[in-house]
Design a protein around this ligand. Structure first.
Ligand SMILES: [Zn+2]
Ligand SMILES: [Zn+2]
Ligand SMILES: [Zn+2]
Length: 357
């Protein structure tokens, strides 16, 4: 995702010796004069002020810490300004860390604990009495929220669940596969045969304009969000994330935001002629001689799927059973009044029928 530079902000650091907050550009504490330690971190000020270009005209990358006295020196310095030691091979400050979200919204004033004066959020010291001001707790906006851990199912529950499912499965299989023999008489027979009639009909659909079928009759198009791009394109709009500040290691932070372009494209509704079932002809009977219904096709029509359904009703005492033979050939055997041995499962379905002697 392309990163866009918005400008620079001056950071601040808190003196490890006396607790005074200092502007990032200062290498020594304004109160006690102590040099900023290599381990002391830069922080985002409560009210960061954005400037377009790096405020230090001779920006030379992360500052370095003197290997002899620890003093913070500019990245391009060759000797320590404190002790005069050689800075060749000196450790550079860590840079590139994300310090937090950039928030330009006006922050509440800070009250001085010593004299009660209200000071602007940018102040490091009280304007009336000069007392140190605490760092306001405002920089809490997270740049990248941590992913929530997936809820875990206790192992014992999982095993229990599988066991219950297994028992239920076996139970259903027993009901379906355990059969009992019943002697029954054919009481009634029914059949039905159908043929679908199809015609070319306009069917409504929608797709991207560049994917329209050649025979589409377009009804209308409108722009819709389609994809993201790293560069500006026709019909695109820029979408940027929350600006955030990256530590430069020299007392300043670079404010950036990640941006992409949401590209829109014409999305069209259209109709297209497709073979569609428009009608069905059916023949029905209560005998053992099924036939197909007469079919007269009009211009622009064609035959669709054929379907058949056979039904035999048995009686055994006051119990009735229904059976569906698969073919007309099998159906023809079930003469009314004939005797059969039925294999019936626990759900009451006829699984098999054999002619009784
Ligand atoms: Zn200090
Ligand atoms: Zn030094
Ligand atoms: Zn004060």
């Amino acid at each position: 995702m392309p990163q866009e530079e918005l400008g620079y902000v001056e950071l601040e650091w808190t003196c490890q010796n006396c607790g005074t907050r200092n502007p990032g550009s200062r290498k020594n504490c304004a109160s006690c004069g102590a040099a900023m330690h290599a381990q002391t971190q830069f922080e985002l000020p409560a009210q960061p002020e954005l400037v377009k270009d790096h405020p230090a005209a001779d920006a030379a990358g992360p500052d370095v810490a003197c290997p002899y006295c620890g003093t913070r020196n500019a990245g391009n310095a060759t000797v320590c300004k404190q002790c005069g030691g050689d800075l060749k091979g000196a450790q550079a400050r860590m840079a590139g860390g994300i310090l937090g979200a950039f928030d330009a919204a006006p922050q509440a004033a800070i009250q001085c604990a010593a004299c009660g004066t209200q000071n602007p959020a940018t102040a490091l010291k009280c304007s009336s009495c000069g007392a140190r001001l605490p760092r306001p707790k405002t920089q809490t906006a997270a740049v990248t929220p941590a992913a929530a851990p997936a809820p875990s199912i206790p192992r014992a529950w999982l095993i229990g669940g599988i066991a219950v499912a297994l028992v239920l499965c076996i139970g259903v299989m027993l009901l379906v596969f355990r059969t009992s023999d019943t002697r029954a008489t054919v009481n009634d027979v029914n059949w039905q045969r159908t043929i679908a009639i199809m015609a070319l009909m306009p069917v409504r659909d929608a797709t991207w304009q560049d994917q329209l079928p050649t025979d589409a009759n377009v009804l209308g198009c409108e722009l819709k969000d389609r994809r993201y791009s790293d560069v500006a394109e026709p019909n695109s709009k820029k979408i940027c994330g929350t600006p955030y500040v990256i530590d430069q290691g020299d007392g300043f932070g670079k404010t950036v935001q990640d941006c992409q372009y949401l590209v829109q494209a014409p999305y069209c509704t259209f109709t297209r002629l497709q073979w569609t079932v428009t009608d069905t002809v059916a023949a029905r009977g209560a005998d053992l001689n099924p036939y197909w219904p007469a079919l007269t096709l009009q211009d622009q029509q064609r035959e669709g799927n054929r379907a058949e359904d056979f039904r035999v009703e048995f009686v055994s005492g006051n119990q009735r059973y229904t059976y569906n033979p698969a073919t007309a050939q099998e159906f023809a055997k079930y003469q009314i009044g004939s005797q059969w041995i039925l294999k019936v499962n626990a759900l009451g379905s006829v699984v098999e029928a054999t002619r009784a002697e």
